[in-house]
Design a protein around this ligand. Sequence first.
Ligand SMILES: [Zn+2]
Length: 527
Amino acid sequence: MSDQIGVRTNEREPFVERGGGDRGAHRGVQRGDIGERPAGPRAHGDPRGVLEDEPQRIDERGFVGGVEVVERHEGLLIGKLLIRDAALVATFDAQGREIAGGSVFIVDNAIAAVGPAAELPQHADRVIDARNLTILPGLVNTHHHFTQTLTRALPQAQDAGLFDWLVALYPIWARIDARAVRASTAVAIAELMLSGCTTASDHTYLWPPGTSLDDQIEVARAFGLRFHAARGSMSIGQSHGGLPPDSVVENEAAILRDSQRLIETHHDRERFAMTRIVLAPCSPFSVSRDVMRESAALARSYGVHLHTHLCETLDEERFCLERYGRRPVELAEDLGWVGPDVWFAHMVHPAPAEIERLGRTRTGAAHCPNSNLRLGSGIAPLGAMAAAGMRLGLGVDGSASNDASHMLAEVRAAMLLARAGGNPGALSARAALRLATRGGAAVLGRDDIGALAPGMAADLIGVRLDTLAMAGAAVHDPLAALAFTASAGVDLSVIDGRVRVEHGLLVGVDVPALVAEHNACARRLLT
Ligand SMILES: [Zn+2]
């Protein structure tokens, strides 16, 4: 038990190892419950508990080798959890309350109370002393491509713009198999969670034979991340004027069939849902117009949301004008792809009148500042989009164009990029953090995350204030400091009432083994 976060003994939570709070140190695997599990073979997806401690273990479907992940969600549920006496609780609620010396009281997977520590219960099944933490809602990542962690910093794609970058990477991504999907998903989620993310959407759009979105969903469940799984797709290959080789595109009927299967298998429409499906062709010009229209009709018949890339680069604008005689937003509008159930990644180059129309329809956008900087795509008109009423959140975008899955770094980049046009007041630290919390929740169509208030899902993070990065900053403004400084990550993460990051370490995850497995997969792609 560390001084930083005191942990009361909780007999109902036997397998969360305690102690060992050295930040940055690898605490090793958590296996306190192994002796309590029933004997017998462990089937894939078995909810009984952690994977065995066998380096490079691959099960019959190629689960993350050597990685122990706590799978038994119910086993992690604490009951009554009190985050007590935080240096600051930044609620991001409707009033934007910031409470010095605040507490958050959680019952099961919901927030029961938020307020000054003296006004909240003093006892719970588990109490976490947060005196040295800023507590805020978990961050929401609205755009990513998890599998791209396999191709970060690839030399031939380091200095290319979007289209050349894609053409360099497609043949490599075409070799991704289920094992690589799982390892890359695990790496991306691990980095996201350690940097403050509690809800993420992923938009993987290449599905080589043997891979499927089910693999990502299973890994996200094992990590306990709240996951909006966007079923990406491409159907127009090079022989039809598209960018990807024909070998990686899918049959259109198969895309729609699999989309429906995924919705019926995994989509949870209820409040506090941990898994939702999104239909997400890669871009309006990478599938046929029929697939765009039919995806929209299918999504709306089930009440699921729609997502795609739009207005990322001027190359894209020229491509759409030449091929369709329409600008990207016009093309999306033609296809019925606007409204409160649609969000676009990037939106760097919309015209003012297009922004107005998207605002009127409450269409959303995932702002991806690091990716836009990295690929030289341009600066998204964030202020104009906000003024028009668009729903706006942040996304780290694919790991091959960032190349980090670091949510707090994305908050900082958003704040800085907004100012690059010459206005230092363009985006405040609090406004950038609001994009990453309430904003992201709105983009994903959720009213149960993004703020700390009674009745909201128990998703929160805590950032240590006594670190080198925070020195000085935390004294003056322990909330803005999260955006102004280069934070290493979070000390605490609670998702759906479960403690998933503690003392800066992922609970139940053997990170070195995960990295080794992931890097073996990355090497295999190039050999
Ligand atoms: Zn993207």
